[in-house]
Design a protein around this ligand. Structure first.
Ligand code: SF4
Length: 200
């Protein structure tokens, strides 16, 4: 796949994309972009964990990441993330058309991307780049959700079959589908696309 078109279309829509040809370069882009001392909230993301960015940031930033807090503090943590300087997460898919696709169960991740911190940063492997919105929704339901359901021990059909059956399970992780066509409000919305397979 050619990524030049993806980058061009993201720019046309008002996003600020970067392309890194390795995880290390992607990590450096993030570290150069975010001023030291910033307070940063994080959406749950295997991609973000695989980049090693948490360890790289620990000394110079205030990190609001669930893994760094006791479970009893998580609800309060979500409130703090809402007013953080930055919010870092991944996406379920990024389309060549420049659209960003996410499906959420709790909704905190998409809520922050839409109406949370002023600066949003998506880190995404090229394994999540798709042709268009439909392919992105398909990827979210048939690639990302089954693997996340297994990881999080959710009792959903996709956890057993690996495919979406548009379930009505109380455990469904697909409660809201959000497609970013443009950044909302006056947000700075950055994407670091890494030429590697990361996360789900
Ligand atoms: S709708 Fe249900 S079966 Fe489909 S991906 Fe979501 S949780 Fe899995």
């Amino acid at each position: 796949m050619q990524y030049a078109l993806l980058i061009e279309n993201l720019r046309k829509r008002g996003f600020v994309p970067f392309f890194a040809d390795s995880v290390e370069k992607g990590r450096n882009i993030v570290l150069n972009l975010i001023p030291k001392g910033s307070v940063i909230g994080f959406g749950g993301s295997v991609t973000v964990e695989q980049t090693g960015i948490l360890d790289a940031m620990k000394a110079d930033y205030t990190l609001l990441h669930r893994s760094l807090f006791d479970a009893s503090e998580h609800e309060q943590l979500f409130q703090k993330m809402h007013v953080a300087d930055w919010y870092i997460a991944s996406a379920n898919a990024v389309a060549e058309t420049g659209d960003i696709i996410n499906i959420d169960g709790r909704g905190n991740r998409v809520a922050e991307m839409l109406f949370g911190p002023k600066n949003i940063l998506i880190i995404c492997g090229t394994n999540k780049v798709v042709k268009d919105i439909n392919e992105g929704i398909d990827r979210a339901r048939n690639v990302a959700a089954p693997k996340n359901a297994l990881r999080l021990n959710k009792k959903t059909p996709c956890a057993y079959t690996g495919e979406c059956s548009y379930c009505l399970s109380p455990d469904t992780m697909c409660k809201a589908t959000v497609i970013h066509h443009h950044p909302t409000g006056d947000k700075n919305f950055y994407l670091v696309i890494i030429n590697d397979s990361l996360g789900y």
